[in-house]
Write a protein that binds this ligand. Structure first.
Ligand code: GLU
Length: 284
């Protein structure tokens, strides 16, 4: 896809959902939050606000950040203690966002969701109206899965689909999945020099599904497979989705400038299946 097209989509979108993967927010070696990087992401988001756009953040990283601190508290704590790690990590994660946003004069509203909040209509409506209110007040919604209370039945497990459901809930125009890969490749680019980045996907064909299996995005919970699931949710509801590498500073500016990415084009009839009440979401 041409640089102008992707830049155009980000410029014209009224409402965007930005999902940040664990591998971006937390340092792979120390587990610490990458605050300098986060600062640049928030500056990008604020630039979108200045253009009159609405941005909802879906962030991963609670378990990644928490597990390194958990191991400092208890050397015997295993990685499997994900709930405890998330309880510790979520506080650190949200404080990092809150401090940066407050420095820029923005309030933050934290929402922690489980699958039940997505499946149950009353809960979903509560989430949606809270998002609506936060946006109206000029506060930035920051969402994660509630990894501490989720059970095997209610666990979503990956924030790719969570972000797509949020995008569906608020009738977002664009869903941005910031990851540690450039996008969807024909083959694993780590093992195959002829691997090609797919820049645009219009249909989720079996060939595309096979390509997702070759994905090098191993650090995230679902890799490319859950990203394609997210793409299906987005495309069916008239929302464009883009996967792009986010680990460099100002990752949203990089997409606008035509950096490597894979864009998923919504199905033609997608907008018809958008929730009519979601379209009532007011501008900031
Ligand atoms: N909710 C998880 C966390 O904050 C991340 C899930 C994912 O990686 O998609 O640790």
């Amino acid at each position: 896809m041409a640089a102008t097209t992707s830049a155009g989509q980000l410029l014209t979108a009224r409402r965007l959902v930005v999902k940040i993967g664990s591998a971006l927010i937390s340092d792979a070696e120390t587990g610490e939050i990458r605050c300098h990087w986060l600062e640049t992401l928030i500056e990008d988001v604020i630039r979108f606000f200045a253009r009159g756009q609405q941005v909802i953040i879906v962030t991963s990283g609670a378990a990644a950040v928490g597990s390194s601190h958990l191991s400092k508290l208890d050397k015997s704590a295993g990685m499997e203690d994900r709930r405890t790690a998330a309880a510790i990590g979520q506080v650190r994660l949200i404080l990092a966002y809150e401090q940066i946003l407050r420095r820029h004069g923005f309030e933050l509203g934290q929402i922690l969701l489980t699958g039940e909040d997505i499946d149950n209509e009353h809960r979903r409506l509560n989430v949606r109206s809270t998002l609506q209110q936060l946006i109206k007040l000029g506060a930035v919604p920051v969402i994660n899965e509630n990894d501490t209370t989720a059970t095997a039945e209610t666990c979503i497990g990956d924030n790719d689909r969570l972000a797509a459901w949020v995008a569906q809930m608020v009738a977002a125009d664009v869903l941005i999945l910031l990851s540690n890969v450039d996008g969807l490749f024909t083959e694993d680019p780590n093992n195959n020099s002829s691997a090609r980045l797919i820049t645009q996907v219009r249909r989720l064909t079996p060939e595309i599904e096979v390509m997702a299996g070759h994905s090098p995005a191993r650090n995230s919970s679902g890799g490319m497979v859950t990203k394609l699931m997210a793409a299906r949710i987005a495309m069916e509801t008239g929302c464009s989705m883009v996967i792009a590498r986010g680990n460099q500073p100002y990752p949203l500016t990089a997409i606008e400038n035509g950096g490597p990415s894979t864009w998923f084009v919504p199905f033609a009839n997608g907008t018809e299946s958008r929730s009519t009440c979601a379209n009532d979401m007011p501008p900031i």
